[in-house]
Design a protein around this ligand. Structure first.
Ligand code: NAP
Length: 265
């Protein structure tokens, strides 16, 4: 897979992708907004794994920044062989009463940027007849829980369509659909996880190891853990009216959280 470019590498799953890829002797390109964190990580990866780590600070909701990352993906100098479209966020708001600008940023980050970077990477990789694209979706893409579910459903269908188009080119596309994973995601999004079942939680290390194993095998749909494989199979078979009850559950939790005073109020 050669050099790997990971978006959202400053925290959570992206940080874990960077470590596991570096440990497997891949040079890495680290992308996120927090340049300080990325620079520290690059130093740690170089010292611990003896690889080369590039830092590419970018706000992936800003189209000029996205274009700089796309340029890096198109470049034939130190070519990128694996793109991991991982950066993402959770919104702690209802759609109707929520802030549309925040919705726009979420859509830009988790849909438009994934499309633009996949386009840049796929074009260069097909030309070189090798490469892999890994898009981070979510098990939420199978249910109806806010616009986040819609974004992650888009990521899944988009990646499957990309895999169909890439067949026979030497380039693969994989979408990983994790369940709840311990990262900074919920705290950053001010999402209350007190009611989440303990059995639902996954470790970033296991999610990333499963996703990278599936990329190496050319698997298109990757669902880490037996628990979530079983849950996803049930969700695919269940009538959509039953699946929508999960969205109702999230709605009730959000109602409760939004009624509670903000922690810093
Ligand atoms: P996290 O710990 O909050 O990390 C999010 C990463 O995305 C950070 O590195 C952050 O870096 C980056 N990011 C956020 N906004 C950005 C922007 N505008 N431009 C560039 N980078 C940005 O969350 P995580 O759990 O690792 O999430 C990674 C992916 O997994 C997301 O796509 C998420 O939807 C998905 N996922 C997470 C879970 C879960 O339960 N944690 C479950 C299923 C799927 P900076 O702040 O430095 O920019």
């Amino acid at each position: 897979m050669g050099i790997a470019l990971v978006t959202g590498a400053s925290a959570g799953l992206g940080l874990e992708f960077a470590w596991q890829l570096a440990t497997a002797r891949h040079d890495v390109v680290l992308v996120a907004r927090d340049e300080g964190r990325l620079t520290r990580l690059a130093g740690q990866l170089e010292a611990a794994a003896g690889i080369h780590a590039e830092v590419l600070a970018a706000d992936l909701t800003d189209r000029a920044d996205v274009e700089r990352v796309a340029e890096r993906l198109r470049s034939d100098e130190r070519p990128v062989g694996l793109l991991v479209n991982n950066a993402g966020l959770g919104l702690n708001q209802h759609f109707v009463s929520g802030d549309l600008a925040a919705e726009d940023r979420a859509l830009e980050l988790m849909v438009r940027t994934v499309m633009a970077l996949s386009h840049a990477a796929a074009g260069a990789m097909v030309r070189r007849e090798r490469g892999a694209i890994l898009n981070v979706g979510s098990v939420a893409g199978l249910i109806a829980s806010g616009t986040y579910s819609a974004h992650k459903a888009w990521v899944r269908v988009f990646t499957e369509a990309l895999a169909v188009e890439l067949k026979g080119t030497g380039v693969t596309a994989t979408v990983v659909a994790p369940g709840f994973t311990r990262t900074e995601f919920h705290e950053r999004g001010r999402i209350d996880t007190a009611h989440y079942p303990a059995i639902g939680w996954l470790d970033a290390e296991d999610v990333v190891a499963a996703a990278l194993a599936d990329v190496r095998r050319g698997v298109v749909l990757s669902t880490p853990s037996l628990r979530y494989k079983a849950a996803s199979a049930l969700l695919r078979l269940a009538p959509r009216s039953a699946v929508r009850t999960f969205g109702g559950y999230r709605r009730a939790l959000l109602d409760e959280a939004l009624e509670a005073p903000a922690p810093d109020a």
